[in-house]
Design a protein around this ligand. Structure first.
Ligand SMILES: *Cc1c(COP(=O)(O)O)cnc(C)c1O
Length: 414
């Protein structure tokens, strides 16, 4: 039943009430994931910092806040959204990459925690603030997460973080300006399957940590892998929790202080909560294959074309399992925009309950990096978003109108 419903509301009812294309999020699923994470780290002083670039809808941010989750932002605009959602500066971490120092200053003035991710910025921060403002340092631990290389961020060639091999340079700057470094950070990347990658990264960071005297925080980033299909290898949270808890408690004892352990999950908290509802515009029978063309495309949900990502797809209008066909599910954008990738990372077909034009085609795992990456390409309107909260479907973003497409255009004489 749950396949075709969210909190007992049929997906087809949601499509009818709000129209398609439509992003729908299940608040219960998000709350459940928060408690799984908490349970896995119940023996440490844990703080969860939701990496909000995964999904920045205000209602999602408020839901996180209500459930005691704090927030990680990567741009001044995300910072402002976090403040709109009611987070205080001290609950917000700014973890940008390659931004101008103006943005760092703005975040510092607003009292957020900042992850400094290159030596130049570290030096500027030291010059500007000395010991008057606290900061964290983002390190690059030189580990591989074992997933898709497009979304790995801690390997030797990654642009993110300051290499752990530059420890001497870091310490020289910190000492020169008497800086108060209260935390060390690393983020291995997304879809990190094996517990080992987390352990390796943690080991590298904790070794380094003894060289800093003011630490209060160890921030091990996000990247927990979730299931995109049946039988998917996912991060074993209980195991990661057990291994990291013991490493962390050992470290805290040797360091001589009780520290906070931070994580910044994005995908883990919101991916599975989201379902994207589209309508089948056409069923196109070609000599070789049958296409289902839906009223959306890579403009709204780009992960398949961007990463070769597998998203489960099903016909929400037809629960009859007895007549199934192979379909290549494609979008309406004037590009090849296939939604149905194979588990091996190729464009392919899916076995689905028979599709008729007008059926609601649902795409799963649409809560993370889907709406937040959507664009107006082909001058198409951004979809609406709905949150199902305590059994009730609430509109949390209106569908774009043509006005949104032309809003900033300046109509000059040519
Ligand atoms: C994107 C990001 C995350 C979240 O990654 P997920 O794979 O969504 O868990 C965490 N920390 C930082 C610094 C990020 O940029």
């Amino acid at each position: 039943m749950s396949y075709y419903h969210i909190q007992s509301i049929p997906l087809t009812d949601l499509a009818e009430q709000f129209g398609t294309p439509l992003y729908v999020y299940d608040a219960n699923k998000i709350i459940e994931k928060i408690s799984i994470l908490r349970d896995s780290f119940k023996n440490v002083n844990l703080k969860i910092k939701y990496a909000c670039k995964a999904n920045t809808n205000l209602a999602i941010l408020k839901l996180m806040r209500k459930h005691g989750v704090e927030i990680d932002v990567v741009s001044p605009e995300e910072l402002r959204l976090a403040m709109m959602a009611g987070f205080e500066g001290s609950q917000i971490t700014f973890t940008p990459s390659g931004v101008s120092f103006d943005e760092i200053e703005l975040a510092a003035e607003l009292g957020t925690r900042i992850n400094l991710d290159n030596l130049d910025v570290l030096e500027k921060f030291g010059q500007r603030y000395g010991s008057t403002k606290e900061a964290l340092i983002r390190l690059k631990p030189h580990v591989f997460g074992g997933g898709n290389e497009k979304i790995m961020t801690a390997h030797p060639e990654s642009k993110f973080g300051i290499s752990i091999h530059q420890k001497e340079e870091i310490l020289a700057i910190v000492e020169k300006y008497d800086m108060k470094i209260i935390g060390l950070h690393q983020h291995t990347g997304s879809d990190v399957k094996n517990a080992d990658a987390f352990t390796q990264a943690a080991t590298a960071i904790l070794e380094m940590a003894f060289s800093f005297k003011d630490l209060e925080i160890i921030d091990l980033g996000g990247g927990f892998k979730v299931a995109y299909q049946d039988g998917d290898v996912v991060t074993d949270m209980a195991k990661v929790g057990e291994i990291l808890t013991s490493a962390f408690l050992n470290f805290s004892k040797k360091y001589g202080r009780d520290l906070q352990l931070w994580f910044e999950p994005g995908k883990f908290l919101v991916s599975e909560a989201g379902t994207f509802l589209t309508t089948a515009n056409v069923v196109k029978i070609d000599p070789i294959k049958t296409f289902v063309g839906v009223n959306s495309g890579l403009n709204h949900l780009g992960r398949p074309m961007m990463y070769g990502a597998f998203h489960d797809i099903f016909n929400a209008s037809n629960q009859n399992e007895t007549e199934k066909n192979e379909y290549r599910v494609v979008g309406y954008i004037c590009e090849t925009d296939t939604f149905s990738w194979t588990p091996e990372g190729k464009q392919g077909e899916r076995l689905m309950n028979k599709v008729t034009a007008g059926d609601i085609i649902a795409i799963k795992n649409a809560g993370a990096y889907c709406f937040s990456m959507a664009s107006q390409y082909n001058s198409r309107l951004l979809p609406a978003e709905v949150l199902v909260l305590e059994g009730e479907a609430k509109l949390i973003r209106k569908r774009d109108t043509f006005e949104d497409i032309v809003r900033n255009l300046i109509d000059i004489e040519v």
